[in-house]
Design a protein around this ligand. Structure first.
Ligand SMILES: Nc1ncnc2c1ncn2[C@@H]1O[C@H](COP(=O)(O)OP(=O)(O)O)[C@@H](O)[C@H]1O
Ligand SMILES: [Mg+2]
Length: 609
């Protein structure tokens, strides 16, 4: 990412060098003995991912109930550092911070139709006056109403408003600790523009700010094309941290010149030369397949492979019925299907519709004669390219062999379309480049929304000609808690966290090993004070504990740099300096300790820039 290697805004990492509070204010909060850091050995079995386990073990978080977490002092320090970076970069990009209510009237959600789209995750309740309220899962409606009331002229545009605030989503499966929780902190920003060029510019500014934010948080990430889902709008990209705990799948070419969420990733159609791949088959033959409806069951029963099957799925969209055909080993992509059908969303048809359309019980729908019974027949390229396939027979307990696409069911016609409606799989290409797959955590998301919300909620302005027009909107989200959790997913070993210096709870930890030796205690204290005076965020482990305990906790918490003061080293005039990631410490003369620590710190800070 060369063009973003250098921070081009007035805000840069030097801010981290800003003076720490005077010693009087530092005392108490930076001595281990007085901090509430309840580290533990055991973690609950539900903690499956490294970040979840380590955040509990290192005393960063505690679970209150499913998907809700308390941040303890160290965890909150990390979040505060992340929020400071986010605020600096958002401000530098010209966005203005506000604070919107978390309690939102349900009416607003009804006006945009998102009460339906988001119904599965909305936390809502009726108040004493019988009014229905929503706990903010996001705030497009609320901020659009604000803009509608306050913006009247193009002269007030563009404007970009953001907040960092609590969000609630009744996630069906909260998991991986704070990676997917029900209550979380989101930075959400909303831009309002008068023209399409203006929106593009606002979007680009946010995109650039996001890169700086994630660079400064020390994250490795990729930007992928994404699907807008229930948000509406056109262009949208996600910032993904590639790692095994991720719930999203990133599809990319080797050099990442193309990268997209699997929900969106396009695939090349099979080359024409492979269509069909074998000689034309004989006539279709019906076979009795009692009670074997699923692809696996049919394959087991008939001794066929999923690649030899054509799967027929019946969907509904806006009152229409749609039959979708994909190869048996392929998975349908409902976003692509919706686009192909020209609808905002599709849903699997209910049993009654399937029975009515196919004339058979669920599991036996097939393409022969189906085009006349549905509003649209949409065939995936790969299914259309099959020489022949086994399909449902539109007759309960029967399948058909030797069904030939184009011969036994149409690939052309008014209500027939052959296109890409499936998920990419290993072996696929995009623009002739081989596609690769990686798991990723979505830490940020930028959208061009267009006028969906401004139209629904009346956020208009008068243009230069005095004509009323809806504002062009963009929205931009960042998961604050997810940044911390994904940093730990990327940075840890069996002993604990290895945090980037910009978001670690402290930058340096000073550890005196022998609390009973005044010389050790005084030297450690002096180094601690001098580092603090130099603006370093430093923790002193002043506990009366064995060295082993201090080292263990230091490794667990993962402060990037430690200075160890021991009786033995002092005899030779040395202390030891060690980065969290190093296997061995380096001895340094006592009087060089502070300067040396600052040097190493500079290098660690440079990584977060
Ligand atoms: N349940 C959650 N727990 C933690 N962070 C979340 C959660 N849902 C969303 N986020 C964060 O908020 C950002 C913006 O949310 P959004 O794009 O609306 O979420 P989604 O893609 O899950 O619908 C996401 O990029 C993610 O970092
Ligand atoms: Mg998203």
């Amino acid at each position: 990412m060369p063009e973003f290697g250098v921070i081009s805004t007035p805000i840069n990492v030097d801010l981290l060098d800003s003076p720490a509070p005077p010693a009087r204010l530092r005392e108490g909060t930076m001595r281990y003995s007085q901090l509430f850091i309840p580290t533990v050995k055991e973690v609950p079995a539900e903690a499956e991912t490294p970040s979840h386990r380590l955040m509990i073990r290192a005393g960063l978080i505690r679970r209150l109930a499913s998907g809700t977490y308390t941040y303890l002092p160290l965890g909150w320090r990390c979040l505060k550092k992340i929020m400071a970076i986010v605020r600096q970069e958002m401000d530098a990009a010209g966005a203005q911070e506000i604070c919107l209510p978390i309690l939102q009237p349900m009416e607003l959600w009804q006006q945009t139709g998102r009460d339906v789209v988001y119904k599965d995750i909305l936390c809502h309740f009726t108040d004493h006056h019988g009014r229905e309220n929503v706990l903010a899962p996001t705030a497009e409606e609320v901020v659009t109403v604000l803009a509608g009331a306050e913006i009247s002229s193009y002269k007030q545009l563009p404007i970009n408003l953001y907040q960092i605030n609590t969000k609630f989503r009744d996630e069906f499966r909260p998991r991986f600790g704070v990676l997917r929780s029900r209550e979380f902190l989101m930075k959400d920003a909303y831009s309002f523009d008068a023209t399409a060029d203006g929106l593009n510019e606002s979007y680009r500014k946010m995109y650039d700010a996001y890169r700086r934010i994630f660079d400064r948080c020390g994250l490795k990430y990729v930007v992928v094309e994404a699907e807008s889902g229930g948000m509406g709008g056109t262009d949208t990209e996600e910032f993904m941290v590639p790692c095994s705990a991720g719930e999203d799948v990133i599809v990319h070419t080797e050099d990442y010149s193309y990268a997209a969420n699997i929900e969106k990733a396009e695939v090349d159609p099979p080359p024409a030369a492979q269509r069909p791949s074998t000689e034309p088959a004989g006539d279709p033959q019906e076979v009795h397949t009692p009670d074997v409806g699923s692809i696996e069951a049919v394959c087991a029963f008939l001794g066929t492979e999923p690649t030899e099957m054509i799967k027929t799925l019946i969907y509904t969209a806006g009152g229409q019925t749609i039959a979708a055909l994909v190869r048996g080993d392929h998975e349908i992509n409902e976003n692509k299907l919706a686009h192909a059908a020209g609808s905002e969303a599709v849903a699997l048809a209910d049993e009654e519709t399937i029975v009515r359309v196919s004339g058979a019980k669920v599991g036996f729908a097939g393409p022969i004669g189906l085009a006349d019974k549905v509003d649209k027949l949409i065939v995936d390229h790969a299914a259309a390219a099959m020489a022949e396939g086994v399909t449902g027979a539109n007759k309960s307990d029967y399948h058909v062999r030797s069904v030939v696409p184009g011969r036994d069911f149409p690939l052309e016609g008014d209500n027939v379309k052959v296109t890409d409606i499936r998920n990419a799989v290993q072996g696929d290409t995009y623009q002739d480049c081989e596609l690769h797959f990686a798991r990723g955590i979505e830490v940020g998301h930028v959208f061009k929304l267009g006028t969906k919300y401004s139209q629904a909620l009346g956020a208009t302005f008068l243009d230069e000609g005095g004509q009323a027009k809806p504002c062009l909107m963009g929205c931009y989200g960042i998961g604050i808690n997810r940044i911390l959790a994904s940093a730990i997913e990327l940075g840890h070993d069996e002993n604990g966290c290895i945090l980037p210096v910009s978001i670690a709870p402290f930058e340096v930890e000073v550890i005196p090993l022998n609390n009973d030796k005044p010389e050790v205690v005084e030297t450690a204290d002096r180094i601690y004070q001098q580092l603090g005076d130099a603006g370093v965020d430093v923790l002193l482990d002043d506990r009366d504990a064995r060295p082993g305990v201090k080292f263990k906790d230091a490794d667990l918490i993962g402060i990037p740099l430690r200075v160890v003061v021991g009786e033995r080293g002092l005899k030779d005039g040395n202390v030891e300096i060690k980065r969290r990631e190093d296997a061995k410490p380096t001895p340094v003369p006592v009087d060089r300790a502070v300067a040396e620590a600052q040097e190493v710190l500079k290098e660690l800070r440079r990584r977060c820039s």
